[in-house]
Structure formats: C-alpha cells, structure tokens
Write a protein that binds this ligand. Structure first.
Ligand SMILES: [Zn+2]
Length: 316
C-alpha cells in the first residue's frame, strides 16, 4: 500500500497547541503539492519553491532570456486557469481551489518525453517558449514539480484543462535508428547503452552526483505511432520507479485519473490520437500522441504496462 498520508491542514489546531511557535515543519522531500496540501509519494520530489527547484509561477526569463522580438516584454505568464463548470468557477473565484473541486475536474495524466534530455534543459526550453508542465522527471528519477496541480499548465493543447502533465527527460524517438540525436546522446560500454550528456548540456544539471543513466532495457525499441515507425531507447529504471509511484499517488489524490490507458479491442494501448469525443470522455493515463497526431511522445519504448500495473499494485 502506498503511503500517501497528507500533511493535513485539519490537524493544524491540534498540532499548534502542543508545538512551540516557530517550530519548522519537517518534510521528507517526497511531497507533491495539490491545492496547497502536501502528499507523500515515497520518491524524491523537488518543489518549485525548494532550493534547486524550477518555478513556473515566475514570469521571468531566468534560464533562457526573452526570445528575439520579445525583449520589450521581459515577463510572461506561463500557465492559466482550468476551465470548469460555472458552479465550480464561482466557488474558485471566491475561495480558491479546494481538493474536492479539483477532483471533479482533473481526469487525465499526460505523459511526455521532453526531447531535451535533462529536466533543467526542459525547463529552459519551456520557459523560452512560454509553456509549462506540472512535473518534470529527470534521468536520475528526481521529480520536479513546477506548479501546484490546481493550475492549468500549458503542455498538451486541448487536454490542458482536465489534465496533469509530466515531461520525462529523454531525447526521444526518431524515424531512423542512426538519427544524429540518438548517436549524440547514447554511448555503449560492456553493460550496454548509457546516456552521455552532450557538451551543450549543463553537466551539473543532474541532482544525483555522478549519475550514469542507462535504459531500463538495453535493446533499442521500434514501434509504429500514427502509422509511422520510430526508434527509441528505453527510459531509465529510476524514471520508471518514480513515475509508477507518482501515477499511483495521482490516482489516489485525483481518483478520476484511472490506472489505465486508451486500448483497442485486443487490449493493446492505442498507437493513434483519440477522437475529440474519445479525448473528452477518457479518464486515466494518456501519452501526448493520444492528444494530437503531431506528437509521438512518450514513444514506442515507453513501458505502459510496467507503470500502470506497478501503480495498481501500490494502491491495492
Ligand atoms: Zn509532449
């Protein structure tokens, strides 16, 4: 059973009576923030206001500098407000988002790969493009949360309003197994392929010192998405472990995120975009490729069953 005890606000009075004023709250460093409430997920999380965090609330260009032509507008908001019913919108305008309201609105968890390779590089690119995502998952398994889940992050167009998004650090999938990006990001030794950060990537960006990222399964994967074949290395063991715990936690905190993906009649995860009606009604975990034919992430190597089955085992 996943330990998902929230740091409950309701216990504030009881705690405050017995606690000396100014006593710091002890955090484990595995908390995600949902409507201002912290939930343990059992794997490292760096929040946007933690040291070393990435803050999508900030309207500054801190990593990238304003894009050409935008120098006159140095600040830019990179997230918005979730669309909802008039009743919930009215409540939110008066008292802010409460968990119960968010639970009725959020029903999808969108998985991306970032085509940036590291979460720091991903945040830099999102910042430059005026975009955002709730979570980034680095190659060492560190989860960065950049916004509270009450916010509408800008990562998956028409799916933004009802979803939570994660960018998993990886250079991605390509039409050729010999693609320049794959060759420049992966090397091979006697243990198999591993990630070697190219020179233009900040070599100190990974939170775990001297971390060597290896695909969880060493073979290169290929698979057809939107009718076209793509090649990709697997995600790391550490990424799968962290993503599984996060997925389980999201299901418990936001129960409309079911622990399943869109499937065909044979039970295989769909390798095409959902229709508008399918996307509107689906509740669970989807890839960016399920949202639009223009995207192929999280790619053919992504092990859906490992994440979904692993998450089910954690909440059963
Ligand atoms: Zn994507």
């Amino acid at each position: 059973m996943l330990d998902l005890r929230p740091l409950l606000l309701t216990s504030l009075c009881v705690v405050s009576c017995a606690t000396p004023p100014g006593e710091p709250l002890v955090r484990r460093g595995d908390e995600i923030s949902v409507c201002g409430q912290l939930f343990h997920i059992g794997t490292p999380v760096v929040l946007w206001n933690d040291p070393g965090g990435f803050d999508a609330y900030s309207a500054k260009y801190r990593y990238s500098g304003p894009p050409p032509g935008d120098e006159e507008q140095p600040d830019k908001q990179r997230y918005g407000t979730r669309d909802t019913t008039a009743e919930i919108a009215n409540r939110v305008s008066q008292r802010g988002w409460e968990l119960e309201d968010l639970q009725s609105v959020v029903r999808q968890f969108v998985v991306h790969y970032d085509v940036c390779g590291t979460s720091k590089q991903c945040f830099k690119v999102l910042e430059a493009r005026g975009l955002s995502v709730h979570f980034m998952l680095d190659i060492d398994g560190t989860i960065y949360q950049t916004l509270d889940l009450k916010e509408r992050a800008w990562h998956a167009s028409q799916a933004n309003s009802a979803s939570v998004g994660i960018e998993v650090a990886q250079i991605g999938a390509y039409e050729q197994p010999t693609a320049v990006a794959l060759r420049s990001w992966y090397r091979e030794d006697e243990q198999g392929p591993y990630v070697r950060l190219p020179e233009h990537i900040d070599q100190t960006a990974i939170r775990t010192p001297d971390f060597v990222a290896r695909p969880a399964r060493s073979q290169m994967f290929d698979g057809v998405i939107h009718g076209k074949k793509y090649y990709q290395y697997d995600f790391t063991e550490e990424q799968y472990a962290a993503l599984t715990r996060l997925t389980a936690a999201l299901h418990r905190v936001l129960p409309r995120i079911a622990l399943d993906a869109p499937r065909d009649d044979e039970g295989a995860v769909l390798r095409r975009a959902l229709t508008d009606d399918e996307l509107k009604s689906f509740e669970g975990v989807i890839g960016h490729w399920h949202v639009t034919t223009r995207k192929t992430d999280p790619g053919p190597a992504f092990d859906w069953e490992r994440v979904l089955q692993g998450a089910r085992e954690l909440v059963d």
